[in-house]
Ligand binder design. Structure first.
Ligand code: GRF
Length: 203
């Protein structure tokens, strides 16, 4: 399966996907990395590895819709089967999420449906959680609300700061995202009428 990755920043999850896809037996190939920020660190990292990149700066457009239209055109030049959001920090319109329904996935740094949105590590600590985690889900119009594909949990330790927790969770994200993308690329998890359905083993 051909995969385009959308980022806004450093792109460490993007890099985890690229590294997984180097293995010829991995069921997906990273064919493009796109960003709304021309200065996103991950764009340069991807280009240095010979991956096609494109920046579509949202600041150059009058509306969210106009930006997304240009972004879709840039994405479609790479003919991806699957779109992975990896720290892509723009809200998406329903038109955009509908276009890629069932083939666009996102990684979020919490055990959804707990803590959608920002500052998830701080909020998990404030809530007195003893575990924290990350979620890969299909993207729908509701932010961080789409059907869950895979999750990983980590323990919260006494004295953890939000930064320490974020660092430990990031390592778990880097393992989870390649696994979750493989589940979607092989059809082990499928989008069926707006739900994420696990294929039955042997079925
Ligand atoms: C990750 O924590 C991801 O879960 C969140 O944004 C961060 C992106 O980090 N959505 P990176 O750019 O992949 O390093």
């Amino acid at each position: 399966k051909r995969v385009a990755v959308l980022i806004s920043g450093r792109g460490s999850n993007m890099q985890a996907l690229i590294e997984a896809a180097v293995d010829p037996s991995y069921p997906a190939e990273i064919v493009a990395v796109l960003s709304n920020r021309p200065d996103a660190g991950g764009l340069a990292t991807a280009a240095a590895q010979g991956i096609g990149t494109a920046a579509v700066d949202h600041r150059g457009f009058a509306s969210r819709e106009a930006h997304e239209e240009a972004l879709v055109a840039a994405i479609e030049r790479f003919r991806p089967d699957i779109v992975c959001l990896a720290g892509y920090m723009r809200l998406l319109t329903a038109d955009f999420t509908d276009r890629y329904a069932g083939r666009m996935i996102n990684i979020h740094p919490s055990l959804l449906p707990l803590f959608p949105g920002l500052h998830t590590h701080e909020r998990a600590l404030d809530a007195g959680m003893r575990v924290h985690g990350c979620t890969v889900h299909f993207v729908t119009a509701g932010m961080d609300e789409g059907p869950i594909i895979a999750q990983a949990a980590i323990a919260i330790e006494a004295g953890d700061t939000p930064d320490q927790l974020a660092t430990r969770l990031l390592a778990a994200e880097h393992r989870l995202y390649p696994h979750a993308l493989a589940l979607v690329a092989t059809g082990a998890v499928r989008w069926v009428e707006g739900r994420a359905v696990l294929a039955e083993v042997g079925g």
